[in-house]
Ligand binder design. Structure first.
Ligand code: FEO
Length: 396
């Protein structure tokens, strides 16, 4: 490896992360069509050197090689653990085995996790408090507690002189493409998808974190997944909207259909909503990429759920999709449930039970036996129009 392969993002600040081009699934749940990166950074001061986050297990040697081009693994003084999840902290045991002097900087909760997950002894951990600063010599690290972005222990690190924010997962995107935000044309869409998958359940915490950094001068945002933002305004503005739960005149429709009856019902309402001027995204849960669904949940105002009854309840794929909607906690306001059964109903009751624990107001339900009749279609169109009216009349 040569020096030219290491990316300098500012004077004395280097990207030493790795690209995982072939990873296709995260948390055994989230599809990664473009792979991902585990970004880590070296901040070299006049007196001390800090490594900000590490990389996923399996990439330790490549990581070490990169660090050694710029510095020396054995010379690192601090390892900042912004987040304890193994994709960012999983190489700590390797680093600490090779470097006998480095101290881990993390939050109180992070300290407990470092001991449990990575066997870091207490004497090698320094707990940093909110707004605490550590001098590297001409470079100052400032730590900001930002819990639940994405686990309870998470924090941001701000490099004051360089005006670089290292927020770990927050502002991330799962893609191995590009180095900087302007290298990746669809970066905001990828970031939105990531937000929907990872950050949406913690929207309020995200909002609080944005508030905490609102007076910071930020020149670069260097997250731990995806490109580095050297134009931070765009992603900051997008996050302000997403964390606030700002929705558009938009509906997401998800369904499963065994003999096309439920699908016909869903298509009838989708056509109605489109003719009413709404933006609609439609997903068959048999083939859908759940990352696309998560992305569209970020700013949809309503959801249509279509499922047949199978063995007395929802189709298992619809159950999975509806449960996902519940746990991702999107800012949805309204819902419609459509269902066709063959010889026994039950799906609608189950969808209603799941949605009852959300803030979604169910504005219409149609449950029929067999294929939809003309009368059923009229009922669905009526509900579609009512839904459109609600969405357009929603308080802004
Ligand atoms: Fe990228 Fe929550 O780890």
């Amino acid at each position: 490896m040569v020096k030219e392969e290491i990316i300098k993002i500012s004077d004395g600040v280097y990207w030493v992360g790795v690209k995982d081009w072939n990873r296709r699934i995260f948390d055994a749940l989230i599809p990664l069509p473009q792979g991902t990166t585990y970004n880590a950074y070296l901040a070299i001061g006049e007196e001390k050197t800090a490594l900000i986050d590490t990389v996923n297990p399996g990439f330790e040697e490549e990581f070490e090689e990169k660090i050694n081009v710029i510095s020396n693994l054995g010379e690192i003084d601090y390892v900042v653990m912004n987040h304890a999840e193994p994709d960012h902290a999983g190489s700590i045991p390797y680093i600490f085995k090779k470097n006998r002097k480095a101290i881990l900087l993390t939050t109180e909760k992070g300290s407990k996790m470092a001991k449990i997950y990575y066997n870091v002894p207490s004497e090698r951990i320094r707990v940093v408090r909110d707004r605490e600063k550590i001098e590297l010599g001409g470079k100052t690290l400032c730590f900001i507690e930002t819990p639940f972005l994405h686990w309870p222990e998470t924090m941001f690190t701000y490099l004051m002189e360089d005006k670089i924010l290292f927020p770990c997962d927050f502002f991330g995107a799962h893609t191995a493409l590009g180095t900087y935000d302007d290298d990746v044309e669809e970066i905001i869409s990828l970031a939105k998808r990531y937000f929907g998958e990872i950050m949406m359940p913690f929207r309020n915490m995200g909002k609080r974190a944005l508030d905490k950094i609102k007076d910071f001068e930020i020149r670069i945002i260097a997250p731990s997944h995806g490109p580095i933002y050297r134009n931070p305004e765009r992603i900051l503005n997008a996050y302000a909207k997403w964390t606030a739960g700002e929705t558009r005149e938009k509906v997401i429709a998800v369904y499963v259909s065994m003999w096309k009856s439920t699908e016909r019902m869903v298509r009838t309402i989708v056509d109605t909503l489109i003719s009413e001027g709404l933006e609609v995204s439609l997903y068959d849960l048999v083939t859908a990429d759940i990352g696309d669904i998560a992305e569209n949940l970020v700013d949809s105002t309503a959801i249509v759920i279509g499922t047949p009854t199978v063995l007395g309840g929802m189709h298992p794929l619809a159950l999975f999709g509806t449960y996902l909607v519940k746990v991702l906690r999107p800012p949805l306001k309204y819902g419609v449930i459509l269902s066709s059964y063959g010889w026994g109903a039950g799906a609608v009751r189950q969808v209603s039970e799941i949605l009852a624990s959300t803030k979604i107001e169910v504005v219409g339900v149609v449950e029929i036996n067999g294929p939809p009749t003309e009368k059923d279609n009229e009922e669905i169109i009526k509900i579609g129009k009512q839904l459109a009216k609600k969405i357009k009349g929603k308080p802004r």
